[in-house]
Design a protein around this ligand. Structure first.
Ligand SMILES: [Zn+2]
Length: 343
């Protein structure tokens, strides 16, 4: 291969050979996040590969995979198992196509699959439920419609739908020659599963803990009411694990797993404090969830529907936590929800 071809190839797919023999594939994303980390895990000699989180179904992601597989002398039929840490489209989206091409089973938790079906399935209801929550919390109609349209635009990027097989947190799960301890990691994605191997100290941590990104924590209608509490409880549990290498869903592998868990806990404590101060500064010490979202993220957040959805749902997750802590109260006035700081 010439250098020119090599650099073209690097532009579409970066791969890292990890010390444990796995291949980290940086699958391109059309978002500011840029890449999702998929992992290609060799099974016993000649028996194929497990793929963790294949990525979003876009032409660019598929081209990257085709390049990576060809470069390794593999085809889709070498994939014997597809494992999804969680249901978000940048992890889940290609699972169905990979299954069609490989015939491999797709493993996911039941809660994750329920979200996927409610968000993108033929009888999807979650986008409507979400924008109704956003309406109650003061988001203007045109922005709610923009979010609905943006969510709808994901359907081609998460189809074909995979036929899934359920795995359950707490049950051992075997791939790559290891019987993994499976740990439920809620808050970022209800039902997310992390894989931990005590002997080697390796953890596959999905989007629950990432080195320099704060995982989004969003209110999701029909799921736990207080996802930030769920996230913080999960981080407390995870921080006690002895981890030698953390393999996240985005960015680079990292080693200070406990430190990162503690850093995320501290971040949210600061964010909660900041929100109380912001709310106290408003007239009457009150504001809608949408007004708080704009105060926190700036008015420009409304220019990008994808980012606005995350920002709004995350703002609400923090307001719910503050309400549970007794630091704010939720008032209902003329069919509208308003948060009020308790001074
Ligand atoms: Zn995610």
């Amino acid at each position: 291969m010439t250098n020119e071809h090599q650099s073209d190839a690097n532009a579409i797919a970066n791969t890292n050979q990890l010390d444990n023999g796995w291949i980290q594939v940086k699958v391109p994303l059309p978002f500011s996040l840029k890449y999702v980390n998929a992992y290609l895990v060799p099974e016993q000699e000649g028996s194929g590969y497990t793929v963790i989180d294949p990525g979003l179904h876009t032409p660019e992601a598929l081209a990257a995979w085709e390049f990576v597989l060809a470069n390794l002398g593999l085809t889709f039929t070498d994939i014997i198992r597809i494992v999804l840490t969680h249901q978000h489209p940048d992890h889940y989206g290609l699972a169905g196509l990979f299954q069609q091409r490989s015939g491999a089973p797709v493993w996911i938790s039941r809660a994750s699959q329920q979200y996927a079906e409610r968000m993108w399935g033929p009888n999807r209801v979650l986008a409507d439920e979400l924008i109704e929550v956003f309406r109650l919390h003061g988001m203007p109609n045109e922005l709610r419609q923009g979010i609905k349209d943006n969510l709808e635009s994901f359907v081609p990027m998460v189809t074909p739908y995979p036929a899934v097989t359920y795995m359950e947190a707490g049950q051992p799960f075997r791939f790559g020659g290891i019987d993994w301890t499976t740990i439920e990691g809620n808050g970022h994605a209800e039902g997310q599963i992390l894989f931990y191997d005590e002997a080697s100290g390796i953890i596959v941590c999905g989007d629950q803990v990432m080195p320099d990104i704060t995982p989004n924590v969003s209110v999701v209608p029909g799921e736990t009411e207080d996802p930030l509490e769920a996230f913080l409880v999960s981080l407390q549990q995870l921080s006690k694990l002895e981890v030698s290498l953390a393999l996240p869903g985005h960015r680079e592998s990292f080693v200070d797993f406990t430190g990162r868990c503690e850093g995320l806990i501290a971040h949210h404590a600061r964010r909660l404090d900041k929100m109380v101060v912001l709310l106290q500064e408003q007239q009457g010490a009150e504001a809608t969830g949408f007004a708080m979202c704009e105060l926190l993220f700036g008015g420009r957040i409304t220019l990008n529907m994808h980012n606005l959805r995350f920002a709004m749902a995350e703002t609400l997750a923090h307001l719910v936590r503050l309400e549970k802590q007794g630091r704010v109260e939720l008032l209902k006035r003329n069919g509208q929800y308003i948060y009020h700081a308790i001074l």
